[in-house]
Ligand binder design. Sequence first.
Ligand SMILES: Cc1ncc(COP(=O)(O)O)c(C=O)c1O
Length: 477
Amino acid sequence: MTGGGRSYDQARWSTDEHYEPLLSEKDSREVDVETPLPDELTRDSLELPSLSEPELARHYTRLSQMNYGVESGPFPLGSCTMKYNPKFTEDLAALPDAGVHPDRPDETIQGTLGVYAQLSEYLGQIGGMDAVTLQPPAGAAGEYAGVLIAKAYHEHNDDERSEIIIPDSAHGTNFASAALAGFDVVELPSGDDGRVDLDALDAAISEETALLMLTNPNTLGLFERDIEEIATMVHDAGGLLYYDGANLNALLGQARPGDMGFDIMHYNVHKTFATPHGGGGPGAGPVGVVEKLAPFLPSPQVRETNGGYEQYEPEHTIGKVHGFRGNWLVLIKACAYISRLGDEGLADASAKAVLNANYLAEQIDYEVPFGPFHHEFVASAGEQDAADVAKRMLDYGVHPPTTKWPEIVSEALMTEPTEIEAKRGLDHLARAFNAVADEDEETIEAAPQRTSARRIDQVSAARNPRLSWQALADQDD
Ligand SMILES: Cc1ncc(COP(=O)(O)O)c(C=O)c1O
C-alpha cells in the first residue's frame, strides 16, 4: 500500500460473489421430524442444512475472517467504545453455577443474589450513587429507566414537569429516551468551546424542567468545567440532573458523578467494564440514583438480610424494565472485571485511555479543533468527506472512527482508542490516518478495495432492512 500504511487484505472466500454461502445454500435437505405437538402447530416439511462438524467449523471461521473486530486490530470507534473483553470473565460466566434459573426461590440462589449485591455496591461506589439497579439491558435502556424514575419522582411530589434539557452534542439515545417517556426535549446549543453554554442553559431552564441530561466528558471528550454551577442552576429550579455514564471510562477513580451533583446515572458496562455490547440489547445498562430516588427503582431489588440476601419491591417502583434482574451473565462479567482490576487497576485503565487518546491525537495530521480532551477526541477530515476517510481506513487494516458526529465539528472523525491499545497499535492507527490524509479524492471515494465486502448501500440497509435469509430470498423472487 502507499503512504506508509501497513499492507492488509481481508479474506474473501467465494470466487464470484465475494461472500461465504449460507449454510442452507451449501447443502439443504428435507428432514422428517417426529413430534408430539398437535398438527396445527407443526409444519409439513422442514428443510435443514446437512453438514459435517468440520464443514460447520470452517463456515464460521471463514465468516469471522471476513469480519473485523476488536480481536482483529485497532477499533477506535468513538463513543461506541470497543474494548477487548478479557477471556477470564467469559470463563466465569460459563461456570455451571452461573446458569441458575432466574425464577428460583431466593434461598436457593444466595450466591447469585450475593453477586448482584456486590456489583451494585461496586457501581454505587464508583459512581458516588446510593442505590443501583442492574435490570436495564443496555445504556439506552438505562437512560429510559432513569428518565422514568425522574418522572415518577416529580409526579410523586405533585410536581409534574414536561421538559428535559439535552445539549446538542448528546448521543441520539438521550433525545429518544426523553421523548419515549413523554417529555418535550429542549435542545441546548453548545458554546464556542464545545461545552454547555451557561447563558443558553439559563434561558432554557424553567419550572417545566424535569431533568437535564448531561454526558461528561461530553462527546467531544471535553470535561464540563462548570459542572457545579450547572448542578446548582438545575436543582434551584427544582429539576434533577442525569449523568449519561457512557464516558465514565475517562473518569474511573478520578472523579464521581455523585460528587458532582448528579442525581441519576447509567453505566455502560460494555464501554467501561469490558463486557460484550450485544447490539444495544442483550447487554447491561445499570442505573444508579441518590437516596431520595431509591424508592422509585425498578423491581425487584436485592438487599442483605440476616446474613443472606432477598429480593424486594421498592416502595414507589416504576415496575420492571426487563425480565427478572437483568442480563445476569453480562453482569457477572462486569463484576469479575471490577474485582480483578480493583481501585488502582480501574484508575490506571482510565489514565491509560486518556493518555492513548492524547498520544494518538498528537500523531495524526488531521486537525483536532477542541481540547484539552480526555478519553476520545474529534478530528476534522477538513476538505475530505469523513465517510470516505472511514472507508479508506479499512484498506489499511484498522477499523475507522465514528464519522460525521457530533455535528459541531465539520466532517467529524470521533476517535477513541481506549486503554487496550499498546503504542504499536496507536502508531499503526496513526499511519492509517496519515496515509489517508495524503490521498486524493478519487482514491478514497473508491475505497474500500481490500475488504471482503466493498462499499455497501448503508442508507438502503438502514431504511429497508432485510434481516433474514428468507427476506432476501423473497426479494429475489
Ligand atoms: C454517549 C452515549 N450515550 C448512550 C449510549 C447508548 O448506550 P447503548 O449502546 O449501550 O444503548 C451510547 C452508546 O454507546 C453513548 O455513546
